[in-house]
Write a protein that binds this ligand. Structure first.
Ligand SMILES: Cc1cc2nc3c(=O)[nH]c(=O)nc-3n(C[C@H](O)[C@H](O)[C@H](O)COP(=O)(O)OP(=O)(O)OC[C@H]3O[C@@H](n4cnc5c(N)ncnc54)[C@H](O)[C@@H]3O)c2cc1C
Length: 298
């Protein structure tokens, strides 16, 4: 349950606030406990007001996208979780070769829109779970391309909860994420190329087949766990420790890609954390390499 103090600080936002809200349905692993408080504003005005309150009163908050990179503890998360799931934050529009998408729009919806409007570039991101906010913050992608290369500008809420536009030159996209000094990514504009829809669909199919061949099965809830250590591949290191398929409780090292943990019904965050410890210890003992988590544990 939320503390009375926190509820009192947020009482003006009761219309879009839930205390003790389950977070598991909003994550890809579908496990973990509730949020002390979940805020899901319905408009920019509501979002700015609640962010201003948080900043003024120094109330920490975390933003949850589609939870592709988040593991929530079984006990849940203290404090405020913010989601941009309302239509005000998931809109996608395009004009010419420019496509704009809200921070809460899913990559899948953005790619579908782009394809429908004959816009190409984002195909290699097909299949990847994520919202525009999460994907941009982590600069999601693969070895061939990342989302950052298509971004022209982003709208953010800054440290005063005011909307600001950051041009491409002000952003820095690295292999591990985007350097952004603002607390919230509101929307992004992408510069794509035009092409025939049928040609884009063909490329999408090819990218989908390639991506899915190395991923856990679609029916499995899963998460990509470790960063690749410099010059090394986390999956290869894990494979060589013989841990593929190893289970702890209802969490298992994926048989299709060793850097993924898949979970069965009844799994707990504790199962996943124990499996992570086991993998780390084995890799450390065998290769003297310390695997760093890619996933955030909340
Ligand atoms: C099966 C599977 C396959 C994956 N494959 C890949 C892959 O091939 N390549 C890859 O790069 N990643 C991959 N990932 C990791 C992950 O899905 C992506 O990085 C994705 O972009 C995360 O987006 P999200 O919306 O789920 O973010 P979340 O996991 O919800 O959040 C990630 C971070 O972004 C922050 N955030 C979210 N929204 C906003 C916002 N609007 N403003 C500011 N901060 C925000 C969160 O606070 C958090 O710190 C995979 C994950 C899974 C589960």
């Amino acid at each position: 349950m939320a503390s009375t103090n926190l509820l009192a600080e947020l009482k003006d936002f009761a219309d879009f606030m839930q205390s003790g809200a389950p977070l598991a349905p909003f994550t890809q692993l579908k496990i973990g406990g509730p949020a002390e408080v979940l805020l899901q504003p319905r408009s920019l005005a509501e979002l700015s007001a609640m962010m201003k309150r948080c900043l003024d009163r120094q109330l920490g908050f975390r933003i949850l996208g589609s939870g592709g990179n988040v593991l929530v503890h079984d006990e849940g998360v203290k404090g405020i979780i913010l989601r941009l799931g309302a239509p005000a934050f998931t809109q996608i529009t395009s004009e010419g070769s420019r496509l704009s998408a809200g921070g809460g729009a899913t990559l899948a919806a953005v790619i579908a829109h782009a394809t429908h409007h004959g816009l190409t570039g984002l195909e290699s991101l097909v299949g990847l779970p994520g919202t525009i906010g999460g994907a941009l913050l982590l600069n999601a992608g693969d070895r061939n391309s990342d989302i950052g290369q298509f971004v022209r500008r982003v709208d953010v809420l800054d440290n005063q909860a005011a909307v600001q536009t950051r041009e491409h030159d002000e952003l820095r996209f690295t292999s591990t994420g985007t350097i952004l000094d603002d607390p919230l990514l509101l929307s992004a504009e992408f510069k794509l190329e035009t092409d025939r829809a049928e040609t884009i669909v063909k490329r999408l199919r090819k990218a989908w087949i390639q991506y899915k061949a190395t991923q856990p099965y679609s029916y499995q809830a899963s998460a990509r766990i470790f960063k690749n250590p410099p010059g090394l591949n986390a999956a290869v290191l894990i494979e060589q420790t013989g841990l593929i398929g190893t289970k702890v409780g209802a969490a298992q090292v994926s048989e299709r890609h060793a850097n993924y943990i898949v979970v069965e019904g009844g799994a707990t965050a504790r199962d996943v954390l124990r499996l992570i410890d086991l993998i780390r210890t084995r890799v450390q003992n065998r290769f003297h390499v310390e695997l760093e988590l890619a996933i955030s544990v909340w």
